[in-house]
Design a protein around this ligand. Sequence first.
Ligand SMILES: [Mn+2]
Length: 240
Amino acid sequence: MKRPLIGITGKRRFGRDLAGNWSSMSDSSADVFWVMYAEGILSAGGFPVFLPIDVDPVDAVDNLDGLLLTGGTDIDPKHYGEEPEHYGKTSATDLFPYEPMRDEFEFGLLDAVGETSLPVLGICRGHQVINVHAGGSLNQHVPEHAAFDQTITTRSHEVFFESGSELSRLYGSKSEVNSFHHQTVNRLGEGLEATAYAKDGAIEGLEHTDLPILSVQWHPEMLPTRPTDPIFSWLVRNAG
Ligand SMILES: [Mn+2]
């Protein structure tokens, strides 16, 4: 059966970062992907394609039916015209060091998507990448919102969906979600609408007004509901 091909982004590492590797491979590239994203795509009927971080983004988009921008580290704030506010100041925030190659690749993918109708789903960092690519900005450090001490399946706060939005069609009026982010969307990017909020005002969902671009700040792929989570079906359906 021919399934829609969904590109999944990861992060660049090297042989020297991988335990058990041998020294002659130290400088060889090794991209790393969380398999839970692929499982979500498979359950929804798509075929996951892990994207090497240095493929041509235009070529990638030409050969895919949909795109999943995944969670990860912080975006370099220079992409929204700001200086780092927290980096290097506390050990907690240093857990999210910038990855310039990944920033460049994911922004390149969204450049290539452009005004095409290729569906894009953003999760966590992907949600933030979509906003920044559209000219938006982030709150660089919101530790009071994060729940990093919880397990990945702990639904630590509610999100409320705007009526009439795509996310409300998928999830109803509210849902309980996990929360592993210390940054939040600040200024909205062009063409984007905030359609999900936490009680503290954090923007937990975005959708494009004209294009099939949707994003959430939480991690549906980590929850036990992953095999039937409607957001993966949304992506595969729009890619088909
Ligand atoms: Mn949250």
